[in-house]
Design a protein around this ligand. Structure first.
Ligand code: EPU
Length: 427
């Protein structure tokens, strides 16, 4: 999609359903490499990275079957014949999570050739911890011509202590260790719900993993894994994004099919800001139009405040009374949205890893650029606009008020007539 045109200024009223988690679906698809049997994944979101990963798996020889009609969120992957255990630069450069195939490939095929990802809009994003961990599991790794080549007759269990908490690093090595000989203990692991979801899938496939969701994960290697069926957890970042949209745009919005238990740090912070919401087992109902108060935020690994919600929170902070200090601790270059918000009238000063937002600001139309997947969503909240490319530019049009956000193929159903009639169209 090249361009969005958003008619804003209307309250968000209705119910919006959250998709499956992209960052849980990506490792789950890579996990299919570990077995010759089909892995059936439900609740797969229809986003670009998922399509890229399908292309990547197909390029290796995987058979992929997509559900249709009511089953369109189902993907069946069968990696019986993997002729080409390689992830080429052309694919890896567009999706850094491609490195998730490294561990599964070397575990199942005994070899892997995966392009190094290179730079990224939000920071350096090295994969040294994936490589170091695989070496500790007995893989021989060489780096040549921009590619990482890993080989091992059979991986063996090991003791891995991550120097730094890494989400995909934890997932990559957890997958590799499932087929290693003996026990692997991993310490200082990521505790994200996506890691736990992957462990649930792997255990359904016959793996023996304990402790996922805590800092220490123990894996007893098995010689073979089998097929399984699994439903991907809801996307907590998408859910949080909609909650902030509801708080900003006014109205009465129910964000359904989510897990509020995964939104703890965000909801606590929003409560501090004066956002009015109620949670149920699988939804958050947010009513907007209330006065917002500034509050400081620091991004942290789960269960802390997610870096993937930092940009959206900054949009909220522009409309809150007072000074909000936002500190980014996970990625080195994740404030590119700040200057774009400034062009729309926000008062934000960035110094190193800290952004100071003075609010509330009256926003007005401007062309802005979006370089980060998560950022363009936030920019849409701020008013009417045109995004000539979600990754490139967003141009606001006339008028004031807040934008309605409709992402992907979502529709917002008004609860009563005269409800949400904000619009977003793509060009
Ligand atoms: N790091 C290293 N060495 C490594 C790996 C990571 O130094 O080998 C550093 C990174 O540079 C960063 C920190 O560790 O400073 C954390 O990075 P992490 O590895 O946890 O990030 P990731 O696994 O590449 C995942 C999500 C990101 C999300 C981050 C942080 C997926 C596919 N991606 O990335 O999601 O921002 O965790 O929570 O799970 C997104 O969905 O848009 C997105 C960027």
């Amino acid at each position: 999609m090249d361009k969005f045109v958003i008619r804003g200024g209307n309250p968000l009223v209705g119910t919006i359903r959250v998709s499956g988690a992209k960052n849980a679906a990506l490792p789950a698809m890579a996990a299919a490499i570990l077995t010759e049997e089909p892995v059936i994944l439900e609740n797969i979101p229809d986003v670009r990275d998922i399509r890229t990963e399908r292309t990547l798996l197909v390029s290796m020889g995987a058979e992929v079957e997509l559900g249709y009609g009511r089953a369109h969120h189902r993907t069946t992957l069968c990696c019986r014949n993997l002729a080409n255990p390689e992830a080429a630069y052309e694919l890896v450069k567009t999706m850094r999570a491609s490195t998730l195939v490294l561990g599964p490939l070397v575990a199942r095929m005994g070899r892997a050739r995966v392009s190094q990802p290179g730079g990224c809009a939000i920071g350096a994003r090295p994969i040294d911890l994936h490589i170091k961990g695989l070496e500790q599991l007995g893989a021989t790794i060489t780096q040549d011509h921009g590619y990482i080549e890993a080989s091992a007759e059979r991986l063996r269990g090991g003791h891995i202590i991550f120097d730094k908490i890494t989400v995909t690093g934890t997932e990559d090595l957890m997958m590799a260790a499932t087929l290693a000989e003996g026990e692997t203990v991993m310490e200082n692991c990521a505790r994200e719900p996506e890691v736990s979801d992957l462990a649930v899938l792997l255990n359904k496939m016959g793996a023996r993993i304990e402790g996922a969701g805590t800092s220490t994960i123990r894996i007893q290697g098995v010689s073979k894994l089998h097929g399984a069926r699994h439903r991907i957890i809801p996307d907590r970042i998408e859910a949080g994004t909609f909650v902030i949209a509801g708080a900003l745009c006014g109205g009465d919005l129910t964000v359904s099919n989510c897990d509020p238990g995964h939104l703890g740090a965000l909801l606590k912070k929003l409560e501090e800001c004066g956002v009015q919401f109620k949670t149920s087992e699988n939804s958050v109902r947010v009513t907007g139009g209330h006065a917002l108060a500034a509050a400081d935020v620091s991004t942290e690994e789960y269960p802390g405040f997610p870096t993937d919600m930092q940009a959206q929170y900054m949009a909220l902070a522009t409309q809150a009374s007072g000074v909000s200090a936002i500190t980014e601790n996970i990625f080195e270059n994740r404030f590119m949205h700040a200057q774009e918000l400034v062009r729309m009238g926000a008062n934000i000063m960035v110094e190193g890893s800290r952004a100071v937002v003075h609010g509330p600001a009256q926003l007005s139309g401007a062309a802005v650029q979006c370089s980060d997947l998560r950022e363009w969503r936030r920019l849409i909240f701020c008013n009417e606009g045109v995004i000539p490319n979600p990754d490139v530019e967003l141009v606001r049009r006339n008028g004031e008020g807040h934008a309605l956000l409709l992402l992907q193929t979502k529709t917002l159903r008004p609860l009563e007539s005269g409800g949400a009639d904000s619009s977003l169209r793509s060009e």
